[in-house]
Design a protein around this ligand. Structure first.
Ligand code: SF4
Length: 431
């Protein structure tokens, strides 16, 4: 299905989004042998600490090297301090195998070269730990882009496929086929990932790798023969780096909702030449069950008007899910950035006339919200309370990246996340 969408509203101005440091919250849980060292200010430390919560029974796998006034004024050599701190950290924490130096607004402002620092520290601690760097700065990134930066930093460490290395120039397709693998990129909840990998196995796809892996040292291989399936829509840089290494991007929507998840799996199956009849035999009973589970939430959501503010970059797939599976009307679908290549299969399924907006000028966007009076606004934490006070139900977008929402089996839970605020508001209004 192709639709005509009007040109997106393009805005720039004040933004109300979390910075890329926030993604450390899910990345450090995913790779327990990695450590994320933010080189930043007390504000950065507070952000991470309050977003990730306090680990009571385990030592945290993230921390902040705080740049003091002397560092910021250029009176102290921040590199010396960093070297000392990293040496202390590694001596105390033998389990750390990969150390990410994460840049922040302050480190960027004083132009601390973390790529060089990572190189230097990597050489100092060679054989003990791999040191990488990426930026989580609020000047450069919105909150999910932190994951894109971290994964991109891992790509150069990924080996080439075992068969056909170097000599395989695509001529020997008989042996080249043995190197074929499906690479799923983007952090998923472990249980969700297990379920999806299991479903792929039932479709006959056994060679499935994931990025990030569960151990930072067990990176998947990438090269010709790798077919890349994105589980998260915010991985523009990672996708390009993997494509540059020879991976082939599978064009698919994202695995949100019943229909999106089915199409995501079917696209991967088609890329490997799997019989669509087998895909139907495996997935259709799940689709039926998923639709049944979603029915009560669809009743609440159908016909309700939805406005999505730009925040997590999940907005376009969510809008597609909420209109396609749940019957919601889309008032405006905001996204921080619009990557047309990665969104192609999503955009074509949005209802004709859907208004997209790219970037943010928060005041102007709030004016549009107030003029349109939608039933539900998906937005960042900072905007939720003021909108609730205006009588508009809200859903925090950050909750969506911390919840297991991918796959057919999770569709009802995902729908419920949006139905709940409407039900609560209805209960408050009518009792
Ligand atoms: S990186 Fe920038 S936006 Fe993020 S917490 Fe630190 S100072 Fe704030």
């Amino acid at each position: 299905m192709t639709t005509t969408l009007p040109p997106p509203i393009k805005e720039s101005g004040q933004r109300e989004v979390f910075c890329g440091l926030t993604s450390i919250v899910w990345l450090h849980r995913r790779m327990p042998d990695a450590f994320f060292l933010v080189v930043g200010s007390r504000t950065c430390a507070h952000l991470i600490q309050s977003a990730a919560g306090v680990m009571i029974f385990a030592e945290p796998r993230f921390g902040t090297a705080i740049l003091g006034e002397r560092d910021l004024a250029g009176l102290a050599d921040a590199n010396d301090e960093l070297d000392r701190l990293v040496a202390q950290l590694l001596a105390r924490r033998p389990e750390i195998r990969t150390l990410f130096l994460v840049g922040s607004c302050p480190s960027e402002v004083i132009k601390l070269d973390l790529a060089k620092a990572a190189e230097r520290l990597g050489a100092q601690h060679r054989g003990r730990v791999t040191v990488l760097n990426y930026s989580g700065s609020g000047i450069e990134t919105t909150f999910t882009q932190g994951e894109d930066g971290a994964l991109q930093a891992l790509v150069p460490l990924m080996g080439a496929p075992e068969t056909g290395t170097g000599a395989s120039t695509g001529g020997g397709s008989g042996t080249g086929r043995a190197a074929e693998q499906l690479l799923i990129a983007g952090t998923l909840a472990d249980a969700v990932e297990d379920r999806l990998v299991n479903l792929f196995a039932r479709l006959g796809l056994d060679n499935v790798a994931t990025l990030p892996p569960r151990r930072s040292t067990q990176l998947p291989r990438v090269g010709p023969g790798t077919k890349l399936l994105l589980a998260q829509p915010y991985l523009s840089g990672t996708a390009r780096a993997l494509i540059d290494r020879g991976a082939e991007l599978i064009r698919a929507p994202y695995p949100l909702g019943v229909q999106g998840s089915r199409a995501w799996m079917a696209a991967a199956a088609a890329a490997f030449g799997i019989d669509p009849a087998l895909v139907s035999a495996v997935l259709d009973p799940l689709v039926e069950r998923g639709q049944r589970a979603m029915a009560p939430h669809r009743e609440t959501l159908a016909g309700k008007r939805l406005f999505l503010m730009p925040d997590s970059q999940l907005e376009i797939p969510l809008a597609r899910f909420l209109s396609q599976d749940c019957g919601m009307e889309l008032v405006e679908v905001g996204t921080p950035y619009l990557d047309r290549q990665l969104m192609a299969a999503e955009l074509e399924q949005l209802p004709p006339g859907t208004q997209l907006s790219e970037g943010q000028h928060v005041e102007k966007q709030l004016e549009r919200v107030m003029a349109q009076r939608p039933d539900l606004v998906v937005c960042g934490l900072g905007l939720a309370n003021p909108l609730e006070a205006q009588g508009i139900a809200t859903k925090w977008s950050i909750e969506l990246v911390f919840s297991p929402i991918h796959g057919i089996d999770q569709a009802a839970d995902l729908a419920e996340l949006f139905a709940r605020p409407l039900r609560r508001r209805g209960a408050l209004t009518f009792t």
